[in-house]
Ligand binder design. Structure first.
Ligand code: NAD
Length: 360
């Protein structure tokens, strides 16, 4: 098992554990003090038949009560109505402040279970057991929790750090190819914003990654967790550097909304990165070759670099209503070079339209 500690100065906040099974989970739960506490495992309808029993059995004999809440898989469930149902479950089962929620699943489960944990009784502890590539490399780390509200993506939420992130990398074996590729968008993002060598390594290992070679995946997920973990450790509440993780998400979120969530989050981030790279090129920061290289990297993982049927003005309007606005200006993450991103608050509408034009 490999472990990364997320710290706040001297104090450890939580461990991120990468394992090839759930073999060490029970001892980690004991270390946390789950013994004698109640546990509610929140998961979705697709993950429940695969892993719920194993996790519930592991908690039995340790926790004083083990219960679960299963919701319909998919982004459409990430809303306040489902959160209310989780509260109801916790109230009926008499959960108190010292009890635990375990999020077992992808980013939708983690965001939602985390938000329920952040708000129930003003905050109870929660544990992330991420089972998609996207959630293992990105969403389970850093304590951003929340739900979509009406057509607005992640509009309601809270920062609430997990007590533990524990991933069994072999859960990726049951994930379909499209979901693995969507997760690769966030992996490529990590290389592009922070580490050029890692970006080059990802491109060079595309075949091994797509074959899901265990050692290659383990190395990649570890590197991505180090990057994401490092950023959120230095800037837990997105006062500065953490915004870099939004590379590709500004236009990406707009496409996600306008496509009515038919496209996966990672697929929309892929398009958003094409747009952000094009804006960086129009500002004279990166060359056309670098832009092309980024598109090739995304294509290697079957990620979309174009979208049909959307109007550029609609994408622009949606981008300007996104919560990543800062003092009335869109906060864009651009590239100075692969491995080196920065926040730009001075991107004009015509430049955004140029970027959008690159993926239409
Ligand atoms: P998801 O949770 O919907 O999972 C994708 C699908 O895979 C679901 O149908 C799920 O049931 C299924 N699944 C999960 N694990 C499986 C497994 N091991 N085997 C078979 N099927 C499995 O989506 P996601 O891509 O994991 O996450 C996307 C969400 O994450 C979005 O809502 C996005 O906004 C959010 N997100 C949050 C953060 C953050 O920092 N909190 C960062 C990035 C993305």
């Amino acid at each position: 098992m490999k472990t990364i500690e997320i710290r706040n100065g001297e104090k450890k906040i939580y461990d991120i554990c990468l394992d090839n099974s759930y073999g060490h989970l029970r001892e980690k739960l004991e270390e946390l003090g789950v013994s004698g506490r109640k546990v509610c495992i929140v998961t979705d309808s697709q993950v429940a038949p695969l892993y719920l029993k194993e996790i519930a059995n592991m908690c039995c004999g340790l926790a004083s009560k083990v219960t679960h809440f299963v919701f319909e898989a998919g982004e459409a469930s990430k809303n306040l109505t489902v959160i209310e149902k989780i509260y109801e479950k916790l109230i009926i089962e008499k959960f108190d402040r010292k009890d635990y929620i375990i999020a077992l699943g992808g980013g939708v489960t983690g965001d939602m279970a985390g938000y329920a944990a952040a708000t129930y009784l003003r905050g109870i502890d929660f544990i992330q057991l991420p089972t998609t590539l996207l959630s293992q490399v990105d969403s389970s780390i850093g304590g951003k929790t929340g739900v979509d509200f009406q057509q607005y993506k992640n509009m309601v939420g809270a920062f609430h750090q997990p007590a533990l992130v524990y991933m069994n990398l072999n859960t990726l074996k049951t994930l379909d190819d499209r979901q693995v590729c969507a997760g690769m968008a966030e992996v490529i993002k990590h290389g592009l914003i922070k580490n050029r060598d890692y970006y080059e390594w990802i491109k060079a290992h595309a075949a091994m990654i797509l074959e899901r070679d265990y050692d290659t995946l383990e190395h990649m997920i570890y590197e991505s967790c180090l990057i994401k973990g490092g950023v959120v450790e230095r800037d837990p509440k997105e006062q500065g550097e953490r915004a870099l993780l939004n590379f590709g998400h500004t236009v990406g979120h707009s496409v996600e909304k306008l496509k009515d969530f038919e496209w996966l989050h990672g697929e929309c981030v892929s398009l958003g990165m094409v747009a952000a790279a094009a804006i960086s090129m129009h500002k004279g920061l990166i060359s056309q070759e670098v832009c092309q290289n980024i598109k090739e990297a995304l294509k290697a993982f079957h990620l979309p670099i174009r979208v049909d049927g959307l109007n550029p003005e609609d994408i622009l309007a949606a981008t300007k209503s996104d919560k990543k606005m800062d003092g009335g200006k869109v906060k864009f993450i651009l590239l100075e070079s692969p491995g080196n991103a920065f926040i730009d608050r001075e991107v004009a509408d015509n430049e955004i339209l140029e970027g959008i034009g690159a993926c239409l």
